[in-house]
Design a protein around this ligand. Structure first.
Ligand code: PPS
Length: 285
């Protein structure tokens, strides 16, 4: 089961912990509640950073919760079996993570006032982060060479499917008052301003000191030193801790250290083809 995938509605998902039954249940039966906050991303786009920020905002910047409860318990991933069980038991107001593309997201979202925070990241950095993470996360297939993984990524032959489809699908909700898109790059460039905007979206008032505490306690270094947030507690059946760390580099533009000129140009060609119709610009454009 480890490192194997199945296909559900045209997309690949890991066999370990995922199933068509769970995905169907989440899409068709899961009841979104008005006070739910969803942390939605394509993998490796800053999900856990946002999870930490949202956890800390919930506690007015006080780090006790993030230092005492595992991140996947603070905000379970509804997409898989264990996460779904935890989400169903979660006392409201729920904080829930998901990597699902918009077409597989719970249909009941349409009838609710739940809030969605959608974090995007430069796709070349997503590619590089996912390439490294695929070596240690035993849910994912071994990535092979960077050249072949680049082609898999560009064609959506990876878990959760195509980055391009995910982003264009979710960004269709832009302008909806309960949808808040933000980039990893904005979080890096202006963490305090980003936290202020997230608080405003959530209708949560924090003082300047409390927002500064959110930024500080959700920093790369703070998370790296917090065993509730750095995935050091992930079981060996899920993660090969010898192969690397979840909190790898945490920077923008690391792709420049990995992609050759030819690989970068190949990426740009597909990016232009897939993104030109969207009419949006991003910090990495
Ligand atoms: S996952 O596995 O899909 O849920 O991964 P995700 O959390 O979306 O993304 C992991 C990358 O985010 C980086 N990260 C951070 N960067 C900056 N600051 C903070 N606090 C932070 N927390 C996580 C993490 O290091 C991964 O990026 P790379 O480039 O691999 O370092």
């Amino acid at each position: 089961m480890a490192r194997e995938y199945f296909t559900h509605k045209g997309l690949l998902f890991p066999c370990l912990d995922y199933s068509p039954e769970v995905l169907n249940y989440v899409e068709n039966e899961f009841q979104v509640q008005d006070d739910d906050v969803f942390n939605v991303t394509y993998p490796k786009s800053g999900t856990n950073w946002m999870l930490e920020i949202l956890s800390l905002i919930r506690c007015d910047g006080d780090p006790s919760w993030v230092r005492s409860v595992l991140n996947w318990e603070r905000a379970p991933w509804v997409d898989n079996q264990n996460g779904l069980k935890a989400a169903l038991k979660y006392p409201p107001p729920r904080l829930i993570c998901s990597h699902l593309p918009v077409q597989l997201f719970p249909k009941s979202l349409q009838r609710s006032k739940a809030k969605i925070i959608y974090t995007l990241r430069c796709p070349k950095d997503v590619l590089v982060s996912l390439y490294h993470f695929s070596k240690l996360l035993l849910l994912l297939k071994d990535p092979g060479s960077l050249d072949s993984f680049l082609e898999d990524f560009l064609s959506g032959n990876v878990a959760y499917g195509s980055w391009f489809d995910h982003v264009t699908g979710w960004m269709g909700l832009k302008g909806n008052e309960n949808f808040f898109p933000i980039t990893y790059e904005e979080l890096q460039q202006d963490p305090l301003g980003s936290v202020r905007r997230i608080c405003h979206f959530l209708g949560k008032e924090l003082s300047e000191e409390q927002m500064a505490a959110v930024v500080e306690n959700a920093s790369f270094q703070s998370m790296k030193g917090n065993k509730m947030s750095n995935f050091s507690q992930a079981e060996d059946q899920y993660m090969d801790h010898q192969k690397g760390e979840f909190l790898r580099k945490g920077i923008c533009g690391d792709w420049r250290n990995h992609l050759s000129e030819a690989q970068s140009q190949r990426f740009d060609t597909v990016y232009r083809e897939r993104m030109q119709g969207l009419g949006m610009t991003f910090p990495w454009d």
